[in-house]
Design a protein around this ligand. Structure first.
Ligand code: UDP
Ligand code: MG
Length: 343
């Protein structure tokens, strides 16, 4: 068992963990390691651990990460069994990392690791979460900026927890916040919402978002829409309530129309009206299907959650000086679930 096994004895934990999910980031990794390494050097004598999570990449990301782990003591390489998506890859890293403070960033260097010192400074002031807030988004298309802005605006109106504007997952968190996150068993993970839900003192640190160092965004519009649906359904049942409200309004209109239809019938003036009839059937039919879709979305999510599968499977974890370890699904479980599965 490696020293970071959740059930095993823990060697001295590093002061800071930097958790980085990587999907096809082979071109960014050398520059990433250079800049993250430099950032770690600036906070000495505090110790750093760099947790690189390979999320089922098709390029050379895993061989590079595994090689880094075999040459550097402070690198932990995690290989997931397939591509699980950004939020689950991040969850895997959070589960394995051991630092007293945990910084989360992307592999594409859009988030500057040089903020590490400033982040730690804020933590020292007594905050538990310091999230990076973007003041510029260089190198992103107008469409990406506009859709991201719409995303935050819609989200803020729907969701029960405050989601600060223009923040991604770039942030630093205290150990207790990470422990609470790890104990949250939900499968549809919208991590920045979950962090906000945890509470404690949270604050923002403004920074300029850079262009991607290499490659292309893995968040095309379709994934962004899926992510937005995850965000809304994870934190709000407003769409369900909205369905009921719309149903009530349409019901009232229906009753009024019925009155009008009866009056027309009494007057003996009932032949015309094909257009309004078909229109009403189409409108109500599509409205009902839409409401059913909303219910179905929530029901489907309940079904997926009720299976209680592990969130991700870790194929391998590598740390220097230790034999490659084929870790089973148990790593992927939150502590509460793990206890349950142990007996
Ligand atoms: N990522 C991942 N799994 C995925 C997609 C992305 O681990 O399925 C990682 C990716 O390598 C990067 C981070 O998540 O480190 C953010 O992805 P990306 O830069 O593509 O998103 P954007 O910044 O465009 O929103
Ligand atoms: Mg990016």
């Amino acid at each position: 068992m490696p020293h970071f096994a959740p059930d095993g004895p823990r060697a001295a934990a590093p002061d800071v963990s930097i958790v980085i999910p990587c999907y096809n980031e082979a071109d960014s990794l050398p520059e990433l390691m250079r800049r993250v390494g430099a950032a770690c050097a600036t906070i000495a004598p505090r110790t750093c651990e760099i947790v690189l999570v390979n999320d089922g990449s098709q390029d050379a990301t895993w061989p590079i990460i595994a090689d880094l782990a075999s040459h550097h003591d402070h690198v932990v390489a995690i290989n997931l069994a397939r591509n699980y998506g950004h939020q689950l890859a991040l969850s895997a890293g959070l589960q394995i990392c051991r630092g007293d403070a945990v910084m989360v960033m992307d592999a594409d260097l859009q988030d500057p690791p040089e903020l590490l010192g400033a982040f730690l400074g804020k933590l020292a002031e007594g905050y538990d979460v310091v999230y990076g807030q973007r003041i510029a988004r260089a190198g992103e298309t107008r469409f990406k900026r506009a859709s991201a802005s719409l995303f935050y605006r819609v989200l803020q109106n729907l969701v029960d927890v405050p989601i600060p504007r223009d923040t991604g997952d770039f942030r630093i968190m205290s150990r207790r916040v990470v422990d609470h996150l790890n104990a949250m068993p939900e499968r549809f993970r919208f991590i920045r919402g979950m962090v906000s839900w945890v509470g404690f003192r949270q604050t923002a640190l403004a920074y300029e978002r850079e262009a991607r160092f290499a490659g292309q965004s893995h968040y095309p519009l379709s994934k962004m829409i899926g992510f937005a649906i995850d965000a809304v359904t994870s934190f709000s049942t407003l769409p369900l309530r909205l369905a009921a409200h719309i149903g009530m309004v349409v019901g009232l209109i229906g009753v009024a129309t019925l009155g009008w239809v009866l009056v027309a019938w009494l007057r003996g003036d009932v032949v015309a009206g094909w257009t309004s009839l078909v229109g009403t059937v189409l409108l109500l039919g599509s409205l009902q299907l839409m409401m059913l879709g909303v219910f179905g979305e929530y029901l489907g999510r309940m079904y997926m959650e009720s299976k209680q599968r592990p969130l991700f499977i870790i194929q391998e974890v590598r740390v220097r000086g230790e034999a490659p370890d084929a870790t089973g699904a148990v790593h992927a479980l939150s502590p509460s679930l793990r206890e349950a599965s142990n007996g």
